[in-house]
Write a protein that binds this ligand. Sequence first.
Ligand SMILES: *[C@@H]1O[C@H](CO)[C@@H](O)[C@H](O)[C@H]1NC(C)=O
Ligand SMILES: *[C@@H]1O[C@H](CO)[C@@H](O)[C@H](O)[C@H]1NC(C)=O
Ligand SMILES: *[C@@H]1O[C@H](CO)[C@@H](O)[C@H](O)[C@H]1NC(C)=O
Ligand SMILES: *[C@@H]1O[C@H](CO)[C@@H](O)[C@H](O)[C@H]1NC(C)=O
Length: 277
Amino acid sequence: MAKLANPLLLLTILFILLVLLHNIPAITSQEVDDEREFDYKPNGEKGPVRWGEIHPDWIACKNGTLQSPIDLLHERVEVVSHLGRLNRSYKSSNATLKNRGHDMMLQFEGGAGTLRINGTEYILNQVHWHSPSEHTLNGKRFVLELHMVHESKDGKVAVVGIMYKIGRPDSFLSSIRNQLESVAGTTERETVVGFVNPRDIKIGSRKYYRYIGSLTVPPCTENVLWTIVRKVRTVTREQVRLLRVAVHDESDTNARPIQQINNRWLKLYRPEEGKDD
Ligand SMILES: *[C@@H]1O[C@H](CO)[C@@H](O)[C@H](O)[C@H]1NC(C)=O
Ligand SMILES: *[C@@H]1O[C@H](CO)[C@@H](O)[C@H](O)[C@H]1NC(C)=O
Ligand SMILES: *[C@@H]1O[C@H](CO)[C@@H](O)[C@H](O)[C@H]1NC(C)=O
Ligand SMILES: *[C@@H]1O[C@H](CO)[C@@H](O)[C@H](O)[C@H]1NC(C)=O
């Protein structure tokens, strides 16, 4: 970044960015990729409390009523056994790791299989990380949260969230360590990882929370079907550090504050004793 860039190259980059920006309103169910439009500085002009004022299409960030993340408060939870085990049919897919400035994202070319919920099939498009965790469990925040973002053919979004505390290394993050290192730095923005099987992202529990919320980044689109795995898994401090380097504002964190639950239901799926689902 210290070297003086060629003006023609700068103009070309500017042009590409303008084209990308111009296209954002057309894809409101997608997360915003551009890092400069919003950040996580608590009192900043582009910080979370201002997201809804930055762009007309981001109004849900301000006056939506089904926003995420939320606190998964035990007292509010209705324990149920009829939601069924997570029905995942993932497959290996060529993946690219991207440093989006506000997070690290692993994107699967052509989708990496499906998650079926109540008759709807959602295709896994990408996974990305937030640190610290965005959802909290009974007020407790963890060090990291992974989001697996799925979308159905008719544009419905389902996200599976997994939370982590400090402990043993996460084997999936270990497997992409070299690629994380190469994009966490300042120069390379993305790198091809090759074939990645999302089944290698361990869940380790059948229990999960379920509620209806939103994307946790602009445009904060609502009616996202959330699944948060009950079990808190582990990562090392070094793995968290690698993911945090990607966040370009000085806070080095990328968790949206907790949103109002507003009379929403919150369920915890727990299989019945001795039954498989
Ligand atoms: C959001 O709030 C603004 C100002 O209070 C209001 O004009 C607008 O209709 C609201 N939009 C929605 C979708 O509720
Ligand atoms: C899981 O989904 C497949 C289709 O993708 C379906 O055939 C199967 O019955 C589902 N299993 C459960 C337990 O819902
Ligand atoms: C994966 O995608 C990259 C970028 O599109 C491509 O260059 C590469 O050949 C692909 N790898 C495989 C094994 O298909
Ligand atoms: C599943 O979908 C049916 C209609 O397709 C709906 O009536 C039912 O409430 C849904 N169940 C859950 C648990 O969301």
